[in-house]
Ligand binder design. Structure first.
Ligand code: GLN
Length: 543
C-alpha cells in the first residue's frame, strides 16, 4: 500500500511548498522508491484555466488535457513522472461533482454536508489511482488557518486515522524570520502555526523552516520543544541559489532521513544524487553565455512563464551555457522602430511565447520581423507561432492579415477552430460556448516533414506535444506563407492543422502551435530548447 506524505504551510504563503514537495519526491525517487505528487487547491475555480496569469501564474497542461496548477510543472521537472488530470483537485471541482450527484439524487435523501461529503471526496481523490507507487505526496495549497483550507486539513486528519499513523507523515512548512533591529531569528510564528494545525488535529512530524540565516541549535531545540517534534525534525531551509540545488540542500539538512524516520523505515537504500550534482555542475561551470529576449504580455510576473523560464535553463544545460532572460513588454515595441532595435539588437535569440488577446500583438509581430530580417534565432510558441504567420502573410502582400481572436478580419490567417480529431474521435466546439476547459488541450501527435529542421532536432518525424489553444493557422494561406519563405514543417496526422512552421533559409526560425516548454526537464532538455539555445550560442559568437 502507498504511504502518504502531507505537505502543509503556515505563517505566510509563497514558502515554496511546491518545490519542497517536488524535491522530497526527487529524494525518495533517488532511493529507488516510486512516487506520485498531488496538489489540493482550496479555491472555488474548477481549475485555473480561466484565471489570469497575474492571479495564478502559468496554467500547466498535462498530457491528458488537465489545465492545472503550476506546481505540477515542478513535480514533473523534478521527478520525471508525467502528471495526470487526477493529480490536481480544487474545491470548485469537488463542489461541482457533489452538487451534480445531489441533483441526480445519488445521496438518497441525505443532507449533503462538508463533513462527511466534501471530506470524503477529498479523501477519495487522495487515494485514487496510486496502487503502483510507494509514496504519495499531497501538497495542500494555501496557508493553514485559512477558512477555505479547513476541509482539506480535516480530510488529512481523517486520513491519518483511516490509513494508520505509520502510513502517513505530515510535513509542515513555516517561516523563521530574521528581525534586523533585534539581530535575531524569531521562532514564535512557527510555534503559532504548529499550534494552529495541531488544534485541527494534525500534529506535524517534520518542520521545514524557511529562513534567511542559519538557525542555531538552541533555536532548533526551542522549536522542537514547543512544537512537539524531535530537534532533528526541525529542518532549516535557507534560500537556495538555484531551484535545482534544493533537493541537494534539503538532503544535506536531513529532510528525507527525517521523513523516513517518521515512517519508521530504517532500511531505506542510500540515495543516488549524481544526476542532481551533474546539473549543479553544469549550472555552476558554464562554458558560454547567451541573452534571450522573451517578448510577451505578462512579463511583470515571471511565474506567468514558469515552465518557459525553466525550459530555457534546460536548453542552457544541454549546451553548458548560461542563459540570461530579458523579459520584454511587447506593447513597448509598438512605439516605433528605435526602441525595438535598441532592445533587440543585443539579444542572441528572440522568443515570442504563448498568450491570449490582442494587446501587444503588433509589438510581437514587429519582433518576429526583426528576428527574420536580422537572422537572429527565433522561437515562436503557440500565440508566438501565430504572430510569425501573420508577419509572413503581411510580408507576402496580405496587408490585412490578422487573427479572428483580435476581432473580425478580412484575412483570417489565424482562425477559430471549432472541430478537430482527438483520441476520443471528433471534438466539436460552439463559437460562443464556455471558455473553461474547452480549448484544444493536452497531448496531440504531429507528423514532421522529412527534411525539416524540426525532424532533425527531434530525431524523429512523429512527435507528441501538449496543446492549449483555440485558434489555428489557416491552411488556405499556405502558398502565401511559402512565398515569404515560411513553410509548414509539422502537421496534425489528418493533415488539417499546421503544428510547426519554419524558415529553411534562416539560421534558426521555428514556430510551434504547442507548448514544448511543458515537457522539458532538467535531465532531458527539450530538443527544440536545446536547439534554440545552441543557435543563440552561435549567434553570440557572431555579434
Ligand atoms: N490565444 C491563442 C489561441 O487560443 C494562443 C494560445 C496560446 O498561446 N496558448 O489559439
Amino acid at each position: 500500500m502507498a504511504r502518504f506524505i502531507f505537505v502543509t504551510g503556515g505563517v505566510v504563503s509563497s514558502l515554496g511548498k511546491g518545490l519542497l514537495s517536488a524535491s522530497l519526491g526527487a529524494l525518495l525517487q533517488a532511493r529507488g522508491y516510486k512516487v506520485r505528487i498531488r496538489k489540493f487547491d482550496p479555491y472555488l475555480n474548477v481549475d485555473p484555466g480561466t484565471m489570469s496569469p497575474y492571479q495564478h501564474g502559468e496554467v500547466y497542461v498535462t498530457d491528458d488535457g488537465a489545465e492545472s496548477d503550476l506546481d505540477l510543472g515542478h513535480y514533473e521537472r523534478f521527478t520525471g513522472v508525467s502528471a495526470r488530470q487526477s493529480d490536481n483537485i480544487t474545491t470548485g471541482r469537488i463542489y461541482r461533482d457533489i452538487i451534480a450527484r445531489e441533483r441526480r439524487g445519488d445521496y438518497l435523501g441525505a443532507t449533503v454536508q462538508v463533513i462527511p461529503h466534501v471530506t470524503n471526496a477529498i479523501k477519495e481523490f487522495a487515494r485514487a489511482d496510486v496502487d503502483d507507487v510507494d509514496f504519495v505526496i499531497c501538497e495542500i495549497g494555501g496557508t493553514v488557518g485559512d477558512i477555505e483550507s479547513l476541509p482539506f486539513v480535516e480530510a488529512l486528519r481523517q486520513l491519518r486515522n483511516d490509513l494508520g499513523r505509520d502510513n502517513t507523515v505530515s510535513v509542515h512548512t513555516t517561516l523563521v524570520p530574521w528581525i534586523k533591529a533585534a539581530g535575531e531569528l524569531k521562532t514564535k510564528p512557527t510555534q503559532h502555526s504548529v499550534r494552529e494545525i495541531s488544534s485541527l488535529g494534525v500534529q506535524p512530524d517534520v518542520l521545514l523552516c524557511r529562513c534567511e540565516k542559519p538557525i542555531p541549535q538552541g533555536d532548533r531545540e526551542k522549536i522542537a520543544l514547543f512544537c512537539n517534534v524531535p530537534a532533528s525534525a526541525v529542518i532549516q531551509a535557507l534560500d537556495a541559489r538555484s531551484i535545482y540545488d534544493v533537493p541537494l540542500q534539503y538532503h544535506s539538512e536531513g529532510l528525507d532521513d527525517e521523513v523516513l524516520r517518521a515512517f519508521r523505515i530504517d532500511d531505506a537504500p542510500a540515495p543516488d544524487l549524481s544526476r542532481w550534482h551533474d546539473i549543479m555542475d553544469r549550472l555552476d561551470h558554464p562554458e558560454g553565455e547567451v541573452t534571450i529576449g522573451v517578448v510577451g504580455k505578462y512579463v511583470g510576473l515571471p511565474d506567468a512563464y514558469k515552465s518557459l523560464n525553466e525550459a530555457l535553463v534546460h536548453g542552457g544545460l544541454a549546451n553548458r551555457t548560461k542563459v540570461n532572460i530579458r523579459w520584454l513588454d511587447a506593447e513597448l515595441f509598438e512605439r516605433g522602430d528605435e526602441s525595438l532595435a535598441a532592445e533587440l539588437e543585443p539579444l542572441h535569440g528572440i522568443l515570442v511565447p504563448g498568450g491570449f488577446g490582442e494587446r501587444g500583438s503588433e509589438g510581437k509581430i514587429a519582433s518576429v520581423r526583426f528576428a527574420k530580417e536580422r537572422g537572429v534565432p527565433f522561437f515562436g510558441i503557440c500565440l508566438g507561432m501565430q504572430m510569425a504567420c501573420i508577419e509572413g502573410a503581411r510580408a507576402s502582400g496580405i496587408e490585412q492579415a490578422s487573427s479572428t481572436e483580435f476581432g473580425p478580419t478580412p484575412e483570417p490567417v489565424i482562425g477559430l477552430i471549432t472541430e478537430w480529431m482527438g483520441k476520443e474521435g471528433l471534438q466539436e466546439r460552439a463559437a460562443d460556448g464556455d471558455l473553461g476547459g474547452t480549448m484544444r488541450l493536452g497531448a496531440y501527435e504531429a507528423e514532421l516533414g522529412h527534411n525539416s529542421r524540426v525532424a532533425s532536432a527531434y530525431g524523429s518525424t512523429q512527435i507528441s506535444e501538449r496543446h492549449r489553444h483555440r485558434y489555428e493557422v489557416n491552411t488556405h494561406y499556405k502558398d502565401a506563407l511559402e512565398k515569404d519563405g515560411l513553410i509548414f514543417s509539422g502537421m496534425s496526422p489528418d493533415g488539417r492543422l499546421p503544428e510547426i512552421v519554419e524558415r529553411p533559409d534562416h539560421p534558426w526560425f521555428i514556430g510551434v502551435q504547442f507548448h514544448p516548454e511543458l515537457k522539458s526537464r532538467p535531465f532531458e532538455p527539450h530538443p527544440l530548447f536545446a536547439g534554440f539555445i545552441g543557435a543563440a550560442l552561435e549567434q553570440s559568437r557572431l555579434v
